[in-house]
Design a protein around this ligand. Sequence first.
Ligand code: SF4
Ligand code: SF4
Length: 165
Amino acid sequence: MLSEILSRKECAECRICCCFDSYDIWEAPVISPSLRTKVEELLPETEFVTKGDSFTLKMRREQDADLYYCNLLDRSRGCMLGGEKPFDCSIWPLRIMEFEGRRVIALSPVCPVVAKRPVEAVTAVAKKLAPTIFEQANKNPDLVKKYELGYVILVIEDKPTEQQL
Ligand code: SF4
Ligand code: SF4
């Protein structure tokens, strides 16, 4: 979805966002119930953590480092889900977050490639994707993460979230 600012080649050489540490494991992608079925077909031994009406993957810590690789990462070929990645992964490094009672689209500081793109270009892509992103969040509110310092807010939704009404 972000092909205007990110190429497949750049991602293939990076894969940072398919690996977490204890500080950012909260970023583990949200797996919808239907996607969980697909994951179970691919990797029947997968364990899940419940997150609202959705799930995240239970990832194992590496023995010698504070790192958790996504169970779905094939280290030579990339994501085993191909075009059926979790929505979270399809918009990364954009995030949908709640900030002071409004949903916002924010940019994670973690992606080294998008961090070098002009912020105007990244904001233009975020604005273009905003209707799709907010619609997905309506369908699955588990996608909305609590705002974290350091994430650059690119788009603010016009209407406040229900808790603020
Ligand atoms: S961190 Fe950025 S460049 Fe690296 S794989 Fe993820 S989206 Fe691609
Ligand atoms: S689901 Fe796929 S794209 Fe998402 S973190 Fe795991 S391996 Fe990476």
